[in-house]
Design a protein around this ligand. Structure first.
Ligand SMILES: NC(=O)C1=CN([C@@H]2O[C@H](COP(=O)(O)OP(=O)(O)OC[C@H]3O[C@@H](n4cnc5c(N)ncnc54)[C@H](OP(=O)(O)O)[C@@H]3O)[C@@H](O)[C@H]2O)C=CC1
Ligand SMILES: O=C([O-])C1=[NH+]CCC1
Length: 316
């Protein structure tokens, strides 16, 4: 193990660029949605539940042939950690040589998880949102911040509206965003006012009950929901799910892991990879939901990008 290079959060941040990540992930999601001939192998993640401490440990292996990416992420998520001032998600990724199975790198998985999730939401938004000027963000944690950073980089965002169940969190994120990007930012005390004028909504919370329900929204609003990754948890109301065109990252993951999909019984229109392939329509003039569970293939592709970049640096 000592001979395997370790790449920490700073290496990952420096190596990964949202533009590159989006291009690589777009192709990998398309490969995944081709079925067996796409060259992606990805079982449903195995999740152990630590009931006593409200925690979860998930093992996420994947192989993406087109990227030469063979990896396994181990991620814990403990919602109660925020009260202890600890990260709620902790992750490591082990990358392997595809030809021999030799482990070739171990790296931080927290930054990768944040960046690749935001990059995948950006891909969904690129295809499914009619307009991308006004962004409403529900939540103020790691994913909320990463999504804002990615969306500001990738789209011409003009205004950002933020709501969090604890107003302090929203105020804190708003200060960071306005200092970093100089974009107009407003904090809202209720979800309904926050989303009313949005072109794109990001829901990135640890809620277990729906926080976004039917209310006044733009008719062609696009919603990315990245929270509620457990079959009993919901972030979006059943009514909202049933009155939207629902896209997912993986039909298998969504039907097994997403309370938003399972409890609402909403029809899944298709996978975002099928949209990229042009196999199903991007209904950008209607209300769309992209339900993201997070896929191992995304971590494998991101980890391979980091590894290649770091190896390249050694040669220069
Ligand atoms: N789809 C994917 O690929 C991925 C999904 N996720 C999921 O995304 C969600 C956000 O993750 P992340 O940002 O990393 O987590 P963080 O812990 O960093 O942030 C969680 C956010 O949710 C808020 N929150 C906590 N409890 C509630 C509640 N009961 N109702 C409403 N809001 C609440 C927190 O507010 P406060 O801090 O003020 O309490 C905070 O704003 C989680 O569900 C996570 O599991 C994570 C990684 C990948
Ligand atoms: O994809 C991922 O890493 C996760 N999704 C939900 C919790 C962690």
């Amino acid at each position: 193990m000592n001979t395997i290079p370790y790449y920490g959060p700073d290496d990952v941040k420096v190596s990964l660029k949202y533009e590159e990540l989006v291009s690589a992930l777009e192709l990998a999601l398309a490969d995944f949605s081709k079925g067996p001939e796409g060259g992606v192998s990805q079982p449903l993640r195995a999740t152990a539940e630590v009931t006593q401490f409200n925690g979860f440990l998930a093992a996420m292996p994947a192989y993406v042939e087109s990227r030469h990416a063979l990896a396994c992420k181990l991620v814990t998520f403990y919602p109660n950690n925020s009260a202890k001032n600890m990260d709620t998600h902790m992750a490591s990724i082990l990358l392997f040589d595809e030809t021999s199975g030799l482990p070739i790198a171990i790296m931080d998985g927290e930054v990768i998880t944040a960046m690749r999730t935001a990059a995948v939401s950006a891909i969904a938004t690129k295809y499914l949102a009619e307009k991308k000027e006004v962004l409403a963000v529900l939540g103020s944690g790691v994913q909320a911040r990463a999504h804002i950073e990615a969306f500001v980089k990738l789209f011409a965002i003009k205004k950002i509206y933020i709501w969090n169940h604890r107003p302090n969190g929203a105020e804190h994120l708003a200060k960071h965003v306005s200092a970093s990007f100089g974009i107009e930012v407003q904090v809202f005390a209720d979800v309904e006012s926050c989303v009313m004028d949005a072109d794109v909504i990001i829901a990135a919370t640890f809620t277990t009950e729906p926080i976004l329900k039917e209310c006044a929204m733009k008719p062609a609003v696009h919603i990315n929901s990245v929270g509620a990754p457990r079959p009993q948890w919901q972030e979006l109301s059943e009514e909202l799910m049933n009155h939207s065109v629902v896209y997912v990252d993986s039909v298998v993951s969504a039907t097994k892991e997403s309370g938003d999909v399972i409890k609402s019984g909403a029809e899944i229109y298709g996978e975002i990879g099928q949209v990229v392939l042009g196999k199903i329509k991007a209904e950008s003039n209607r209300r769309t939901v992209f339900k993201s569970l997070g896929l191992a293939l995304e971590d494998a592709v991101a980890a391979r990008l980091v590894f290649d970049m770091m190896e390249q640096k050694k040669l220069t």
